[in-house]
Design a protein around this ligand. Structure first.
Ligand SMILES: [Zn+2]
Length: 480
């Protein structure tokens, strides 16, 4: 094709999907240039889709892509130039819809990427299907690659102001935080333990309003000594103004990384203790869980109270105490006959009913899946495909829900058998607090926390002798 030949009604379409990353735009423009020069401007249709990630938006939300589809359908395009498959869509089903359209309307497809190993557009359905699948997979790797670039040239870095210096970005100290950051790094030289580390970070935390953890992590971030760390090696970043020397950075790593590992350990230990769902008695929301890893303590809290005295806030140890007490009271007072006869019988009846429902859903699901697999996707609008997929997913969800309920019945029945054994043998008197807490899910329905008390609602309350109220903890507010 030359500029003089090939002047037909149909045009060449250059499709670009450009992100906010200007390097990426530049790359697509350059790659397309060698093809553009074959055409006169009036024989070119440009579609530039801006700031859209095809990972996140589906096809019907992308109006530029929809106009491309319209032009293919109306036969306005003879050749589609696009950087690679991922610029069209990363979704397998969507890509196949486009593929069918392009194929049926006899549109040539040219990928403009300069990577010679990139597989060209194939008219073979299986080959192109594999290529489309690879594109979808690749989408999942993108966030990882973005992270790599982010380490070298982050869009924003705390403590820095970025400026453009020709092609390169430069990073200079942000005056607003410069003093506090310098003081922090200076103080780090004398830090000997976690508490000292926390107090060294306090001033910067106050000034910057950044979380403590982020300030700690600055100590192990090579960017602040103007280097990038990769595979335990340091590579200089000449466009970054350092806050500390490489030697100081290495000192910090040597001294602080064991402390920060310890801190992570505390955090993990406290995180795994967050096994309770506790409702706020005042506002009905779930209490939040907050970890103070430096002091190795964690809290459940809700900030809905109008003043500090009304604040709902309990340490994890207090909650564990309440739960363990409830469990032991249950073992001591529950009526064995009630558990054995009434509860077990009710459960097995319920399980039978649920199993019938489950079978019914399963057969409907199989039917729908079969009829879906026999559809001719090439002739279907993506919206109609989506409707069918949604229908199938809905039934799958119902099925899973019933299955969960059946499992819950079995779990409860097994638990009750265990309870009976424990009560008969009086095993509970030898249980540790952790062991008692492990029984909580089968005994405690709900925990509701008020600012001055915790209510525990149990299952099997009718079987409890004596019938008691479950207000079992009065909390003094001395820590307030
Ligand atoms: Zn609340």
């Amino acid at each position: 094709m030359t500029k003089t030949q090939e002047r037909t009604f149909k045009k060449a379409c250059f499709f670009q999907r450009v992100s906010t990353n200007s390097q990426d735009v530049e790359m697509q423009v350059q790659a397309a240039a060698r093809f553009r020069e074959n055409y006169l401007e009036e024989d070119i249709i440009d579609i530039n889709e801006h700031g859209v990630s095809s990972n996140k938006l589906s096809m019907k939300q992308r109006k530029h892509l929809l106009s491309l589809i319209e032009m293919i359908k109306t036969g306005e395009i003879h050749t589609l130039y696009v950087y690679d498959r991922s610029r069209l869509t990363r979704r397998f089903y969507e890509y196949f819809y486009l593929y069918s359209l392009l194929w049926e309307n006899n549109v040539q497809v040219v990928f403009t990427t300069t990577d010679s190993s990139y597989p060209p557009f194939s008219r073979d359905t299986v080959t192109e299907g594999i290529n489309a699948l690879l594109t979808e997979e690749e989408g999942k790797n993108i966030s990882r690659r973005t992270l790599d670039t982010h380490k070298k040239t982050p869009n924003q870095k705390f403590g820095y102001i970025t400026a453009k210096n020709g092609e390169r970005r430069t990073y200079v100290h942000n005056y607003e935080f410069q003093l506090a950051i310098n003081t922090y790094f200076e103080k780090l030289k004398n830090v000997l333990n976690l508490n000292e580390l926390a107090s060294a970070a306090l001033e910067l935390k106050k000034v910057s309003k950044r979380p403590l953890k982020m300030i700690f992590s600055m100590a192990l971030d090579a960017f602040y000594c103007a280097h990038e760390q990769s595979n335990n090696k340091l590579y200089p970043l000449p466009y970054v103004t350092p806050y500390l020397s490489v030697e100081e950075f290495k000192e910090n790593v040597k001294k602080l990384s064991p402390m920060l590992t310890q801190l992570d350990l505390h955090e993990t230990e406290l995180q795994v203790q967050n096994i309770f769902n506790i409702k706020c008695g005042s506002c009905g929301n779930w209490l939040k869980y907050d970890i103070d890893a430096v002091n190795n303590e964690a809290y459940y809290y809700c900030n809905c109270g109008s003043n500090k005295k009304q604040t709902v806030r309990y340490t994890i140890s207090e909650i564990r105490e309440v739960v363990a007490q409830t469990v032991i009271q249950y073992f001591k007072h529950i009526n064995l006959n009630y558990l054995r006869d009434l509860t077990i019988k009710k459960l097995s009846k319920l399980r039978d009913t649920l199993s019938l429902h489950k079978l019914d859903r399963l057969s409907v699901l199989k039917q729908k899946e079969l009829s879906f697999s026999l559809e001719n996707f090439r002739r279907m609008h993506p919206d109609s495909i989506q409707v069918k997929i949604d229908e199938i997913n809905k039934i799958k969800k119902e099925y899973v829900k019933i299955e969960t309920d059946v499992n819950l019945c079995s779990f409860t029945a097994t638990s009750i058998h265990d309870h009976i054994h424990i009560i008969q043998e009086q095993l509970y008197s030898g249980f540790s607090k952790d062991e008692l807490i492990q029984f909580a899910p089968s005994i405690i329905d709900e925990i509701i926390a008020y600012h001055d008390k915790i209510d525990v609602i149990q299952f099997f309350t009718e079987g409890c002798t004596p019938q008691e109220t479950f207000e079992i903890l009065e909390v003094n507010d001395s820590w307030n």
